[in-house]
Every structure is written in structure tokens, then in C-alpha cells.
Design a protein around this ligand. Structure first.
Ligand code: DX5
Ligand code: ZN
Length: 212
């Protein structure tokens, strides 16, 4: 599955979101940043809500924020299929997971490049999705970190051994070359590789080919 990040669409946003909505992307990936958990800021909730109100593609919300609950309360209102928060942002991860699930939304948890899979072992059985960050969160257009597939493969091995149900998602620097290294991930997030191009369809097709 492909989740297209709209973070790097800077011009004609409304029109380009409509264009993306007509492609075969599985999800639209919505990056939310608060200037605290990461130094960058994203558009405000009201702007996102307005931009996304007519979108038919399922939404995959990625919260890169410190005050996780506050942002869940906001973003649950755009009816996302998935809300993902960062492991590093809170101490009460399981409570947050249950909170997201209480709205009938899939609960995802992201880990930054320096966070090891070992650290999240106790949380894994509660999760619908684990997001492996393959760049430092905060910005688009960064280089894929080549250690990331090791974590993806580890998570895949654990879920098979323990019969856990979580999906694996990877986010950051994913293009038609680096996607090949992530074949054990279920959802590939890709931003600039798709949205810097004039043909979103063509880029999505290229990614799909590498995943077949
Ligand atoms: C980074 C974001 C990513 C980013 C991906 O903090 O979480 O979703 O937009 O963009 P590319 O594909 O350009 O790395
Ligand atoms: Zn993201």
C-alpha cells in the first residue's frame, strides 16, 4: 500500500490535493508538526480541515507533536483511518493507543531513527500499526537512512513469531529505489518523490512496481 505525504506540496495546494485524490494512492498521509516535538510547524488544523473536507482517499494522520491527546481530539474530526503518534513524545503509550481506538480509528505508533525496536516490545501487542521513521521527523526531501530496513525486518519477524496484528509503515526518503529495501513493510509513505513530479500517477505506478 502507498500513503502519499502532502507535506511537500507548496503550490496550488487545493488543486494538487484534488489531483492526488484521483490517483491510486491507498492513503493520503497528513503530517502534523507543532514546532516543539519537531522544530518545524505544519499548517493549522483549520486549514487542513478545509483542504481535506472533500477528499475521498482514506487519511493517515502522523502526529509529530508533544501534546498528543490535544491533537487526537482535533484530528479525529477529519475521520482518519489511522492516527499515529510518536513513542518518544509520551510516557503513557498504551493509554494513548486505547484512546485512539475508542474513536474507532486504527492506532499507530512511530519510532524515530535512534529508537530501537527492543524499547517498544511491551507496547507491540496493543498496536494496529508501527511506523518506522527512515529520516529524522520534521522535514520532507531528506535522505533515506539505510538502517531502517533492519528495523522493519525485525518487526516483521516479531509479529510472525508472536502472532501480533500490527501493520508496518515506513516514512521518509522513500523513492522507487529505497522502497525495494522495505519489502516487509505494508505501507510505504512517500512525499516528494510523488508530489515534486507533474505526474503523480506515474510516480505511484513506479512505486507500485517496486512493491510487486
Ligand atoms: C517527515 C514526514 C514525512 C515526509 C516524507 O517528517 O513525516 O512524511 O513528508 O517526505 P519525503 O518522502 O520527501 O521524505
Ligand atoms: Zn510522516
Amino acid at each position: 500500500m502507498i500513503s502519499t505525504s502532502i507535506l511537500s506540496i507548496k503550490e496550488d495546494i487545493e488543486e494538487n490535493i484534488k489531483k492526488l485524490d484521483d490517483t491510486k494512492t491507498t492513503f493520503m498521509h497528513i503530517d502534523v508538526m507543532d514546532g516543539i516535538f519537531v522544530s518545524n510547524n505544519s499548517m493549522s488544523y483549520d486549514v487542513y480541515e478545509n483542504l481535506l473536507k472533500d477528499v475521498k482517499t482514506p487519511l493517515d494522520v502522523h502526529l509529530m507533536v508533544s501534546d498528543v491527546k490535544k491533537y487526537i481530539d482535533l484530528y479525529k474530526n477529519i475521520n482518519p483511518v489511522i492516527i499515529t503518534f510518536h513513542y518518544e513524545a509520551v510516557d503513557n503509550q498504551i493509554e494513548i493507543i486505547e484512546y485512539i481506538k475508542s474513536f474507532n480509528i486504527k492506532a499507530g505508533m512511530a519510532i524515530k531513527p535512534d529508537t530501537k525496536v527492543e524499547e517498544i516490545m511491551d507496547i507491540l501487542p496493543y498496536l494496529d500499526l508501527v511506523l518506522v521513521m527512515s529520516v529524522e521527523p520534521g522535514y520532507g526531501h531528506q535522505e533515506f537512512i539505510y538502517d531502517s530496513p533492519v528495523k522493519i525486518n525485525e518487526l516483521d519477524k516479531i509479529r510472525k513469531e508472536k502472532n501480533y496484528a500490527y501493520l508496518i509503515e515506513v516514512d521518509g526518503g522513500v523513492n522507487d529505489i529505497t522502497a525495494k529495501l522495505c519489502n516487509n513493510a505494508d505501507i510505504i509513505v512517500s512525499g516528494s518523490f510523488i508530489t515534486d513530479s507533474t505526474s503523480y500517477d506515474e510516480q505511484i505506478q513506479k512505486l507500485k512496481k517496486t512493491l510487486d
